[in-house]
Design a protein around this ligand. Structure first.
Ligand SMILES: [Fe+2]
Ligand SMILES: [Fe+2]
Length: 194
């Protein structure tokens, strides 16, 4: 079996203990977005797709905030062994791990940016502005941080204003970001009336 097929068979187990915002559903949605972006941007899908599959493996339920911030680096270290077990070649493993390291906003590394890293970054951020991505974010804030939807919406607006998409395709697909901000503002306005 091809290494990427072997990796696919491991995903549900790898993500079974993840927090709800970063569960297997998130990974599958990002995978779909990354395929679209990667094809348009000419990225190497044999690097990009395994990186998407493993990009949030370090975000387990109850992860300490400081480890949360480092999850891209921790995840790339965990990914190395998994990729070896699946039979990926060493040269590919290095590129896949580098791609994973580039996706975090919280703890940017000095890892040189690549087109695969930019595609993963954009696909990951695009999922957060889908309705399902936003609902999962609210659920996680309530469960893990005891934050109410009003406060969570305020934090989310800051997040949405805080980054730029990195690829042309991501910029085009991310035009709905202003709709997501408006939606959060509506939650805040209606909540503040009470
Ligand atoms: Fe992540
Ligand atoms: Fe993610």
């Amino acid at each position: 079996m091809e290494p990427i097929k072997i990796l696919e068979t491991k995903l549900s187990d790898l993500y079974k203990d993840n927090s709800c915002e970063h569960d297997l559903g998130h990974v599958l949605r990002v995978l779909k977005l990354a395929k679209t972006i990667g094809k348009k941007e000419g990225a190497d899908l044999f690097i990009l797709l395994p990186a998407v599959m493993l990009h949030d493996i370090a975000l387990k339920k109850g992860t300490l905030p400081e480890n949360n911030d480092k999850h891209a680096v921790l995840g790339s270290e965990m990914a190395k062994n998994i990729l070896e077990e699946c039979g990926f070649k060493e040269e590919k493993i290095d590129k896949i791990c580098s791609t994973i390291k580039q996706h975090s906003l919280d703890n940017p590394t000095d890892e040189p940016r690549t087109i695969e890293g930019d595609c993963l970054f954009d696909a990951d951020k695009l999922d957060s502005i889908t309705s399902c991505g936003f609902a999962r974010y609210l659920q996680e804030q309530a469960l893990e941080k005891n934050t109410n939807p009003l406060e969570a919406s305020k934090i989310f607006i800051d997040f949405l204003k805080d980054f730029e998409f990195r690829t042309q395709t991501g910029k085009e697909m991310g035009r709905d970001r202003s709709e997501a901000i408006k939606f959060c503002q509506k939650i805040i306005e209606s909540g503040e009336l009470c």
